[in-house]
Design a protein around this ligand. Sequence first.
Ligand code: NAD
Length: 353
Amino acid sequence: MKIAILPGDGIGPEIVAQAVKVLDVLKQDGLKIEMEYGNIGGAGYDAEGDPFPESTLKLSQAADAVLLGAVGGPQYDTLDRPLRPERGLLRIRKELNLFANLRPALLYPELASASTLKPEVVSGLDIMIVRELTGGLYFGQPRGIEVRNGERVGFNTMIYSESEVRRVAQVAFGIAMKRGKRLCSVEKANVLECSELWKEVVADVAKGYPEVSLSTLYVDNAAMQLVRNPKQFDVIVTSNLFGDILSDEASMLSGSIGMLPSASLDENNKGMYEPIHGSAPDIAGKDLANPLATILSVAMMFKYTFNDEGTAERIDNAVKKAIAQGYRTGDIWTEGCKRVSCGAMGDAVVAAL
Ligand code: NAD
């Protein structure tokens, strides 16, 4: 298992160091893990003059999986756009053809009070949103702003080929098979031809997964259902635009940005794994960050790239145990719990492991 480790900027190095502690334990236990470090984002610019240096491209291509911390920081905001840290992130996703973005929305019962929704609505929440990441409205041509009949018009194209829908649907069905075997495809087929095709192709892919029960929802209804009764969902698959909106909505159900991992996969389940939050410059270098989203990203890596459910579960359970034991970083701390540093939270997970 070759893992490219890209800590990045801000809290990136601190949170990745905790995930590496977890990987080191697994290595000691006999798993054949190789880790190699690379630069990305501002760290790439500082060291090699490029937010996604050639050396990091090669390292990531040669690896089976990539673990990324976060990129960005105020010191880079005045750089030319192509040199900015966030551009490095877009480039690595594109270069590795990571078309399926997996974002779980998961809430540990002990953290239910962190959500803006009533505890009984969100406690035990466990949804996986699969968002198509490299096509749809965000990439469709033609696009632009031009003058027509004496006034400016802006336009974009929502377009999906059958093969683009098929491959992301296959990923989503595969994930549903590893979870509760329920998949909801979200589109707007009552209005959009692009969604009509999406719906047809997803239904066709479903024939290959008879054990998975497939449902469909229009996106407006899905947005409503996510706050009305989010626990009705197991896996959701949707297009780039709808997924962008729904995954942000769903992540907020769980209240804490420091708890949520993500994965972006290619056709062969090679993946890049990263927390959903950014580089948190306000707390960087202070040993305050919550490393659990990054550690949970490692659990996703074992589940989806290395097909090792046992190890994934072991990591998930270690995180659950650390939470049950009352350990909390500042972002999830409540009265009566043990407030710990980033490093101490990593140690608590390692001890539980
Ligand atoms: P952010 O996610 O970095 O921070 C938002 C708030 O959440 C901050 O108050 C921060 O302290 C807190 N926070 C975030 N992660 C935390 C953690 N693990 N533990 C405790 N608290 C945490 O978003 P932002 O402030 O909008 O952006 C900061 C920088 O990160 C920007 O340069 C932005 O471009 C970049 N960014 C990068 C990514 C990425 O690398 N994938 C994603 C989003 C933003």
